[in-house]
Write a protein that binds this ligand. Structure first.
Ligand SMILES: [Zn+2]
Length: 273
């Protein structure tokens, strides 16, 4: 038997302690909402989630496709979980998940579900890892899903999607300009204006470009301004479905320019209208 000196034992114990502290530090807990998932290996899934503490995260949910999996339904799309995650070199791993909201109202209504999936797609496209605004963005997304889940009709659902679109654009550095013309900087008088999707702003009648414009009237402009000013819980400002749809469509088109892709869920929405 090899004799180990006291000093050596202390060093070995310190190394073990250091290793265990490192492992603990590499794990993290966070609230996160499932945005999308991909099958991985035989029974795993890769989950793309928006988390309160780390922004956009990608984690492996091991064995989640097995019928006996403990994670199972907790990895369904648009479920909010409290997670214990192990930090990996390439991908993190979900150790534990405890659901605290499944937004039931969304799952009973295809229109609501489609709008909610569209919001998830926006975050999947514009969200980034370790965003300094991640806690704020997470709260906005969570509140939007709660509000859409309990919305009484399509107008109320749309109103919440519009508020979500505007806030995510603001926090991603892509605010829209509705007060001054993006070409000549003159104040917009509210009449006869256009919206340039590629610039993300209003254009006065004088500068009126020949391409990439959408005519917007004062009511659409006021709806968008109101939606960006009011609190997230503020109830519906306009009851006119056409005005809400035009406001939504304008933001959808601008977001597709900013994300450099047409979000698949936006196509699904078009087929529902
Ligand atoms: Zn102008």
């Amino acid at each position: 038997m090899v004799a180990i000196s006291h000093t050596k034992l202390i060093i070995i114990n310190l190394k073990q302690l250091e290793r265990s502290i490192k492992t603990t530090m590499q794990n993290y807990t966070t609230d996160a909402i499932n945005l999308r998932s991909y099958n991985f290996n035989e029974a795993d899934k890769i989950m793309v989630m928006y988390s309160k503490e780390k922004g956009l995260i990608r984690c492996v949910a091991k064995g989640t496709r097995k019928p006996t999996s403990k994670l199972g339904g907790r990895m369904d799309l648009l479920v909010a979980n409290k997670l214990l995650v192990g930090k990996g070199q390439n991908l993190d791993t979900i150790y534990q998940a405890e659901s605290f909201d499944t937004f039931k109202g969304l799952r009973k209504n295809i229109t609501k579900l489609s709008y909610a999936m569209y919001c998830a797609d926006i975050l999947g496209a514009l969200g980034i890892e370790n965003d300094s605004n991640c806690s704020k963005i997470y709260d906005i997304f969570y509140t939007a899903l709660r509000n859409m889940s309990s919305a009484k009709n399509t107008n109320a659902t749309l109103w919440n999607v519009i508020k979500f679109q505007l806030r995510i654009l603001n926090l991603s550095g892509y605010s829209i300009e509705l007060d001054n013309c993006v070409r000549c900087n003159q104040q917009i008088d509210g009449k006869n204006l256009s919206f340039c999707v590629s610039s993300g702003g209003a254009i006065c009648e004088k500068c009126s470009p020949k391409t990439s414009i959408q005519e917007i009237n004062a009511r659409v402009r006021n709806t968008l301004k109101k939606a960006s000013e009011v609190g997230l819980m503020e109830s519906l400002y306009v009851q006119d479905k056409e005005i809400l749809e035009r406001s939504f469509n304008l933001l959808r088109d601008y977001i597709s320019v900013r994300t450099h892709k047409k979000l698949k869920s936006a196509d699904l929405l078009a087929s529902l209208v």
